[in-house]
Design a protein around this ligand. Structure first.
Ligand code: SF4
Ligand code: SF4
Length: 150
């Protein structure tokens, strides 16, 4: 009997104490600003220098460029840009070396899917991943674009 009351005491104490659980995914999880999450890519800023693909330790970036359609301008513009999130380790190196901040980290981390094929993200998908851009990369956000920093 003494044990029963002791157990009830523990239960009552737990009922009135502050909750330690979090209603995820109903309530979005806010990550620290230095968190390294899924990249945002801005095609207009990319100069097709290939530095991100060359430094990537897992070879998960594939990109192609094409000659600039504007005859007044030299150089290339980006044609395709894909990241394979099956093997991306979100190490941040690609964003660190990018000279134009065309690719930056966000605080987004949700990539769970039923198919591995869906972990190949193309340029359009990466460009639409424009929420929660990392605080230090605020300047990377296009004017009028959605932004929600933590
Ligand atoms: S975060 Fe790292 S592993 Fe992922 S694409 Fe960039 S360099 Fe490669
Ligand atoms: S994203 Fe940046 S580093 Fe990669 S090719 Fe474009 S400009 Fe170069």
């Amino acid at each position: 009997m003494k044990g029963l009351f002791k157990g009830l005491g523990v239960t009552m104490k737990a009922l009135t104490s502050k909750k330690v659980t979090y209603p995820y995914p109903d309530k979005p999880l806010e990550m620290p600003d230095r968190f390294r999450g899924i990249q945002y890519f801005e095609p207009d800023k990319c100069i097709v220098c290939n530095m991100c693909a060359r430094i990537c330790p897992t070879d998960c970036i594939t990109l192609t460029g094409k000659p600039n359609p504007d005859p007044e301008k030299k150089g290339k513009v980006i044609d395709t840009f894909d990241i394979n999130f099956e093997i991306c380790i979100l190490c941040d190196l690609c964003t660190e070396v990018c000279p134009t901040e065309a690719i930056v980290m966000t605080n987004n981390f949700e990539l769970a899917t039923y198919s591995r094929d869906e972990l190949f993200k193309n340029m359009e998908w990466l460009n639409e991943n424009n929420q929660n851009i990392r605080q230090e990369n605020n300047s990377a956000m296009p004017k009028g674009g959605a932004r929600k920093n933590v």
